[in-house]
Design a binder for this molecule. Structure first.
Ligand code: SF4
Ligand code: SF4
Length: 293
């Protein structure tokens, strides 16, 4: 989806985030909907469009300026994004060769070494392309990079284990303790995620682990859910820290650019006071609360 250098929120020091497309979940609050599928995507940011028609002039599919109404015919060739003078057409997901990804990471090597940073694999879902994750993490690990990963936790642990064993820090999400509510809002039950959190304790290098709760007002912000989430983490992986992140609506514009329905109207962002209270409820279960944001 993107290679984002100079990130400071997803691990220690200055890091390059590699956002890999494809996700087995469909969280209703997702801010990266372009990453749902492993498929090249072009978006149209209407507010930036000046109606010049350059995109329509080069489109091999005969798609006009309003590409959303004809997006079924788009082959994601990227020709329109190349000529758009306003960056109103943007390549949101593209195919990249692993060698090119590694070359891009090497470009910022100096910043990692001075800041104690490295590379963070993210998504979409970083484990949804296990062969690519294995290849990239092996090459970068052998080259001496610090590696972190952010995951939704829904993956075949043994298949991904070799990659996880190269990580210094693992962020894993825990969105709800109730399996039915979890399924209602993410499309899957939480059983595999809970299992995988416990299995992180079997990794031989004992990486730092941060279990993240994206706190979605109206979904998982009850004191009971936060307390039971923290109690579970403390029980199965006492060394893990937890981070509670308030819901945001920054991805709303991407739904519009892709012509996808934005179904998040019932959610709200907990205010600072509520977040403070929820963090103290989690801490009362014995876990250490951390904050990378
Ligand atoms: S090229 Fe860009 S600015 Fe011009 S009409 Fe197309 S999307 Fe709009
Ligand atoms: S990506 Fe290619 S096919 Fe799709 S709208 Fe742009 S020019 Fe047309």
């Amino acid at each position: 989806m993107q290679i984002q250098p100079f990130s400071v929120n997803d691990g220690n020091g200055i890091r390059t985030n590699i956002f890999m497309a494809g996700c087995p979940l469909r969280c209703k609050w997702c801010s990266n909907p372009e990453g749902f599928e492993q498929k090249e995507r072009i978006g149209w940011y209407k507010k930036q469009c000046i109606g010049c028609g350059a995109c329509a002039a080069v489109c091999p599919q005969g798609i006009g300026i309003d590409m959303i109404s004809d997006s079924g015919n788009c082959i994601a060739c990227g020709a329109c994004a190349d000529v758009c003078p306003e960056e109103a057409r943007r390549q949101m997901v593209s195919v990249m060769d692993a060698d090119d990804v590694i070359r891009e990471v090497h470009r910022h090597r100096l910043f990692y070494s001075y800041s104690g940073g490295g590379v963070t694999f993210s998504g979409g879902e970083a484990t949804s392309q296990p062969e690519l994750l294995d290849c990239l993490s092996r090459e970068l690990y052998d080259a001496g990079y610090s590696l972190d990963i952010e995951s939704c936790g829904y993956f075949d642990f043994e298949r991904v284990r070799p990659s996880l064993e190269r990580m210094d820090l693992i962020f894993m999400d825990l969105k709800h303790m109730d399996p039915d509510v979890h399924k209602e809002y993410t499309g899957v039950s939480n059983g595999l995620i809970l299992e995988n959190i416990a299995k992180l304790g079997t990794l031989p290098q004992s990486p730092d682990v941060v279990i993240r709760i994206p706190v979605i007002g109206g979904v998982n912000n009850s004191e009971e859910n936060i307390a039971s989430s923290a109690a579970y983490v403390h029980d199965v992986l006492p060394s893990a820290k937890m981070e509670l992140l308030p819901y945001h609506r920054l991805g709303m514009v991407k739904y519009d650019a892709l012509g996808l329905p934005f179904g998040q109207d019932g959610f709200y962002t907990p205010d600072k006071e509520e977040m403070k209270k929820l963090r103290s409820i989690a801490a009362a279960q014995g876990v250490t609360i951390t904050d990378f944001r």
